[in-house]
Ligand binder design. Structure first.
Ligand code: PEP
Ligand code: MN
Length: 343
């Protein structure tokens, strides 16, 4: 829909606009109001070049798109009945819980094994553990490929699937060859389109899921869903959206908690939403309330950092991992809230 700056286009302006849309196989249908005339674009109006050309005309105020820019991830697409399964849970039917350490310590693998057992016992369906870590400070521990074996050993010992972040193309194949069930795209890489494409390509013929974090800055929701579309476009639509707090921060929290975008996402996309309260608030004692808030907002699941002895952990674990006891209580409360809402 084209909205001119003036009440209507002049015949010359209309001719220019018509020429542009015709080039892209569309037509113009004026909608004449008492005061103002607007112009519908009839046809596939998703071509960005066409929109950019129209927006570039100085007599055009704006173009409102009627069609969704996401062919696959849109709530009204044919995929809207697709159900993602992970850890024995069909998303949308039961609250999915992903839990585990922020960072696997390759020097002390037993912490991870104990954590994996403990989070399973607390009710988690999927174990998370960072092998490669995006660290703000280049001199801190960046992860270690040895931790991939520890992650997979934890999966074998518990029988649960695992989730880990991949940050570059080489990680993708290593993780898939090892048998990782869910690839995490971190907040810093959420707009790394070549990484998203590589992931999409690598998992196209597989059942692998992707836990796609929201970008670290307050990216618009369409940008978040478009990132998911990048992956799904290759054929595997198992993309789970993960709000994890954004910057600028809410004073006192690590990030600005953004679980409240869940219902807004759900109006636009069928993709399940699994909220990460740990990175959102960034401190263990705030995590349980943030987890419940996420469920109250309609989240389909939670991704929570937990460690058997947070103080002995590395990466984010000492400050934001909750103990398995707290996790167990949080999961019980979250499930009760879920049942209240959806029951
Ligand atoms: C993590 O999951 O440990 C992590 C680094 O996440 P994010 O990309 O959300 O910061
Ligand atoms: Mn972390």
């Amino acid at each position: 829909m084209i909205l001119p700056k003036t009440n209507r286009l002049t015949p010359e302006q209309l001719a220019t606009v018509t020429d542009i849309v015709t080039e892209f196989g569309c037509k113009i249908q004026p909608i004449i109001g008492a005061v103002r005339t607007i112009y519908a674009i009839v046809g596939d109006e998703r071509d960005e070049l066409m929109i950019n050309r129209l927006e570039g005309l100085d007599y055009i105020e704006r173009i409102d798109r009627i069609q969704s820019p996401f062919k696959l991830m849109d709530r009204r697409s044919d995929l809207s009945t697709h159900r993602i399964q992970l850890g024995g849970v069909t998303l949308g039917e039961e609250l999915l819980v992903i839990a585990g350490a922020c960072t696997i310590d390759p020097k002390n693998p037993n912490y991870f094994y104990e954590t994996a057992h403990a989070v399973k016992e607390a009710g988690a369906h999927v174990i998370r553990g960072g092998v490669w870590k995006p660290r703000t400070n280049p001199y801190t521990f960046q992860g270690d490929v040895k931790s991939l074996d520890i992650l997979m050993e934890a999966s074998r010992r518990t029988g649960l699937p695992v989730d880990t972040e991949v940050m570059e193309e080489s990680h993708i194949q290593l993780a898939l060859d090892a048998g990782v069930h869910s690839l995490q795209v971190g907040a810093r890489n959420a707009l790394n389109y070549s990484l998203l494409r590589s992931i999409g390509r690598a998992i196209a013929q597989k059942n692998t899921c992707v836990l796609l974090k929201r970008s670290i800055h307050m990216g618009p929701l369409n940008e978040f869903i478009s990132a998911a579309e990048y992956i799904a476009a290759f054929g595997n639509p198992n993309v789970i959206l993960c709000p994890r707090g954004t910057t600028p921060t809410l004073d006192g929290y690590r990030n600005h908690p953004d679980e409240s975008i869940t219902p807004l996402l759900k109006e636009k996309t069928w993709a399940p939403v699994v909220v990460d309260p740990s990175h959102s608030v960034g401190k263990a004692n705030y995590v349980p309330a943030a987890a419940l808030a996420a469920v109250a907002y309609g989240a389909d699941g939670l991704c929570i950092e937990s460690h058997v002895e947070p103080a002995k952990g590395i990466g984010d674990d000492p400050k934001q991992s909750i103990t398995p006891d707290v996790l167990k209580k949080t999961i019980a409360q979250a499930k009760a809230l879920w049942a209240l809402q959806r029951g």
